[in-house]
Ligand binder design. Structure first.
Ligand SMILES: [Zn+2]
Ligand SMILES: [Zn+2]
Ligand SMILES: [Zn+2]
Ligand SMILES: [Zn+2]
Ligand SMILES: [Zn+2]
Length: 157
């Protein structure tokens, strides 16, 4: 190494190589100093995963292996059915996994009636499935509630 490059390397002004794998069985991509001073920087880790395999028929655990460094990674991949009601009188939607039978809640879907007048302040609607009542303030627009169609005059009289 010439004196000039030694000075440059000492100042951290290295002559970096193109990014490349550190070794054949490593997934670390590095750049090293082409002047041979031993300086090296890690750029990124880049695995070459093979196709993930389920561990067993009833399991949703998958493993995949890196072709290069043989590292293994586990993950969970469910096969969810379309959402359905949890039970006849429930408005809770669930999805069931075809493989492992896992259940996840995906939301609620009520079967609401129209809004009706409940009190001076509120209208109410009723769910035909789960019997839940939902209240909300009237939404007055020109003296008429946009939900339950009650007019202010009716309330005041
Ligand atoms: Zn260097
Ligand atoms: Zn790897
Ligand atoms: Zn599953
Ligand atoms: Zn409901
Ligand atoms: Zn109303």
């Amino acid at each position: 190494m010439s004196d000039a490059s030694e000075v440059l390397c000492a100042l951290n002004a290295h002559d970096w190589s193109e990014p490349q794998y550190e070794s054949d069985d490593s997934c670390l991509i590095v750049e090293f100093c082409k002047r041979g001073c031993g300086a090296i920087i890690e750029v990124e880790e880049k695995h070459e995963w093979n196709e993930a395999q389920y561990e067993s028929d009833k399991s949703c655990l998958q493993t995949r292996t890196c072709e290069r460094c043989k590292e293994e990674e586990e993950g969970e991949v469910h096969e969810w059915c379309d959402p359905e009601y949890e039970s006849e009188n429930s408005c809770q939607l669930v999805e069931i996994c075809k493989r492992c039978g896992d259940v996840q809640e995906t939301g609620e879907m009520h079967d609401w009636s129209d809004w009706e007048y409940a009190s001076e302040d509120e209208c109410v609607r009723h769910c035909y499935r789960c019997n839940e009542d939902e209240f909300q303030d009237h939404e007055w627009n020109n003296g008429i509630c946009e939900c339950c169609n009650t007019s202010l005059d009716e309330i005041e009289s």
